[in-house]
Design a protein around this ligand. Structure first.
Ligand code: HAM
Length: 453
């Protein structure tokens, strides 16, 4: 039957729907069960590689004193000026104003100082995984709530650490199957050489102030390095002829950058130098980089971005401490995985379901449950009153591999019926033998999903 609704009726139905249905905030996403396997795989691979490279996990709050972001990221950056979510304090005037974290580095730097990590063996290698909040204009790959894996090496000024973090990001992406990568790199100097470069940059732009976009006119006064980041067509033409910072680095910064590139070369990491790469956070010194898929020809969606930040810890009140790190956009990485032909390992889910028939059986089911659980087999058991047919239906809805059927006869003889739910075959075995048989089958199927269970 076909229903034809008049335009009036449609608009009244629509407004009823919007009145009654809550929607997620713009720029946020629900990650539904079907997608969780990609996320789990990515996180498990990330953790495995980072653990193996000597990084330890840290979790910091989702909100911090907003001054940490103002001082750390920079008050005149887009993130702090336009994108930060401030929390309204409820009646407690003692509290500073809090903001949802737009990124992870400033919070980790605060935690390094507050927890006295400078007295730990240096450098301290940390990683985190969690959501970040930026009030950006939502579009593909750009969300108001996004998730990052991030790493930070704090307490080492040498190019070895620049290399190690870049290599770690590259390895994670390669190991999940995103192999066709390029690292874009630049050095933006230090507090010695950068001011001299900025003077030259401003001299150059002074001739074009009537031509560049409004944002660039603001950047010229407030944050001239960001002139190099403008995506406006005319501004792109103007910046193509701007003086390049790589030509103006001091000797120490030049040597440091050269050494970083040599390490990358030795490890076979493909990179290209991008003299306009400056990044959107003010804490960077020396090396800055982003990692892209080569299929992203316009370099629009960085999967990973980071750099060195030798002044951040002292800006936040700690001793001068060199550091370097990156953040990797998990939402972007998962989207790439989903659109590739990669098949993530299936999560284990329910493997075995115990089906009981009658009161005598119930007495031994808990013991059977314990035996499977001890053997690290995912086992599901709910004392049931349904018929065998009903319970088998439930087992197949749970997508289990095996049903362990226990009736009165089995309960009295210490055995069970093991039914393979995929093939429909079944056999009588002792409880011990049933556990061993299923365990051996899983092991020989290489069910090595411990990371994803
Ligand atoms: P970031 O470049 O702002 O750096 O973010 C890191 C990565 O997070 C980006 O390369 C991108 O993949 C992802 N990302 C950023 N914003 C969004 C968004 N709105 N939606 C989806 N993905 C996004 C930082 O956050 C620095 N804390 C990285 C760092 C760590 N530098 C040193 N240590």
């Amino acid at each position: 039957m076909i229903f034809a609704l008049s335009p009036d009726k449609i608009s009244s139905v629509r407004s009823k729907i919007s009145e009654n249905l809550f929607q997620k905030p713009r720029g946020t996403r629900d990650i539904l069960p079907a997608d969780q396997k990609y996320w789990r795989f990515f996180q498990a691979m990330g953790e495995k590689i980072l653990d193996g490279l000597g990084f330890s996990r840290i979790d910091t709050p989702l909100f911090e004193d907003k001054r940490i972001f103002e001082r750390g990221i920079g008050a005149s950056t887009d993130i702090v000026e336009k994108e930060i979510y401030l929390l309204e304090s409820v009646a407690d005037d003692e509290d500073p104003q809090f903001a949802l974290r737009p990124e992870g580095t400033a919070g980790v730097a605060r935690a390094y100082i507050e927890n006295g990590m400078s007295s730990w063996p240096q450098p301290v290698r940390l990683y985190y995984f969690g959501p970040m909040y930026r009030r950006e204009r939502p579009q593909r790959g750009r969300y108001r709530e996004h998730r990052q894996v991030g790493v930070e090496i704090i307490g080492d000024a040498s190019a070895k650490s620049d290399y190690l973090v870049i290599m770690a990001g590259y390895e994670i992406l390669k190991n999940i199957g995103l192999v066709d990568l390029t690292v874009s790199l630049n050095s933006i100097g230090c507090s010695d050489c950068r001011p001299k470069y900025l003077k030259k940059l401003k001299n150059y732009y002074a001739n074009y102030l009537d031509k560049v976009c409004e944002d660039c006119r603001r950047r010229y006064d407030k944050n001239p390095l960001r002139l190099l980041d403008c995506k406006n067509d005319l501004c792109i033409k103007i910046k193509a002829k701007a003086p390049q910072i790589l030509d103006k680095l001091c000797d120490k910064c030049r040597d440091h950058f050269q050494e970083t590139l040599e390490y990358l070369d030795d490890f076979g990491i493909k990179f290209n130098l991008d003299p306009t790469l400056v990044r959107g956070l003010d804490y960077y010194t020396r090396t800055v980089f982003e990692i892209f898929l080569n299929s992203d020809k316009e370099r629009k969606i960085a999967l990973c971005g980071g750099g060195r930040y030798d002044d951040l810890i002292s800006t936040l009140g700690g001793a001068k401490t060199p550091a370097v790190g990156w953040g990797m956009g998990a939402d972007r990485v998962v989207e790439e995985l989903k659109s590739s032909d990669f098949k993530p390992p299936k999560s284990r889910g329910v493997e075995v379901v115990i089906l009981e028939l009658g009161a005598t059986a119930r007495k031994v089911c808990k013991q059977i449950f314990n035996a499977f659980e001890k053997a690290d087999i995912n086992v599901f058991y709910i004392p049931a009153k349904d018929s065998l047919r009903g319970q088998l239906k439930m087992a197949s809805k749970l997508n289990a591999d095996y049903a362990i059927i226990v009736g009165q006869k089995e309960a009295l003889s210490g055995s069970v019926i093991v039914r393979d739910l995929r093939s429909g075959t079944q056999e009588d075995l002792s409880i011990k033998k049933a556990v061993e048989t299923i365990k051996t089958k899983y092991d020989s199927d290489n069910r090595n999903c411990s990371n994803f269970s």
